[in-house]
Design a protein around this ligand. Structure first.
Ligand SMILES: Cc1cc2nc3c(=O)[nH]c(=O)nc-3n(C[C@H](O)[C@H](O)[C@H](O)COP(=O)(O)O)c2cc1C
Length: 195
């Protein structure tokens, strides 16, 4: 299996090391590295990510500082692993702010005079891992996994990132140590199997 370049994006606003998302991200990265893949991690909790305020900034500005460095990593990577906790039914605002900053025209897509914008991130794949308090089945079948689908369709597909794997981890409030260990093994295996 040829080595791949992987960006692990930790979309958790809390920098605490014991957050489940961070534990899963570390397992994913170690599995990938052990399999010979190159991994760069973007931990959003420690990056400077300002809120995008205007359409003019979106369309004419460029990412600066940590945002520009994150864009370099996203451009470098062939696979994006995006991990986040479900907050109020969606991704945390920090992760949305990140996508608004990095997915600017000129970098992630290009407007055309006519028709659909050109996707500039084609050739990349992604794996979304979302954790939540409710059971995974409830999120998928009662809420139709709407935030995950929005990320997949309205952000990733829009800029050309596909196919996208998804892992929904529910019931995190009641996870035993054994279950966490099993999830870490699942993440290590996912990291090792990136192609
Ligand atoms: C602000 C906030 C909002 C949350 N909203 C939801 C929610 O809408 N649905 C849900 O199932 N869990 C919700 N949760 C629970 C988190 O998804 C859960 O604690 C998280 O996935 C655990 O992962 P972590 O250890 O990485 O934080 C919420 C937690 C917080 C702090």
């Amino acid at each position: 299996m040829a080595p791949c370049r992987i960006a692990v994006i930790i979309g958790h606003p809390d920098p605490a090391s014991d957050r489940l998302c961070r534990t899963l991200a570390a397992a994913y990265a170690s599995g990938a590295e052990e399999a010979g893949h190159a991994v760069r991690t973007l931990d959003l909790s420690v990056l400077e990510i300002p809120y995008l305020r205007t359409q003019v900034d979106f369309e004419t500005g460029t990412g600066k500082g940590d945002v520009a460095r994150a864009q370099e990593t996203l451009a470098w990577a062939e696979n994006w692993v995006i991990l986040y906790p479900l907050w109020l039914g969606s991704m945390p605002a920090l992760l949305k702010a990140f996508f608004e900053q990095v997915c600017r025209p000129g970098f992630a897509f290009r407007y055309r005079d006519k028709g659909f914008p050109e996707k500039l991130m084609t050739g990349r794949t992604a794996h979304i891992v979302v954790t939540m308090g409710m059971p995974a089945l409830a999120y998928r079948w009662f809420f139709f996994a709407h935030s995950l689908r929005a990320l997949k369709r309205n952000i990733l597909a829009f800029i050309g990132v596909k196919p996208v794997r998804e892992t929904i981890i529910g019931g995190v409030g009641g996870l035993t140590a054994d279950k966490v260990a099993a999830l870490m093994a699942q993440m290590r295996a996912a990291g090792a199997s990136v192609r």
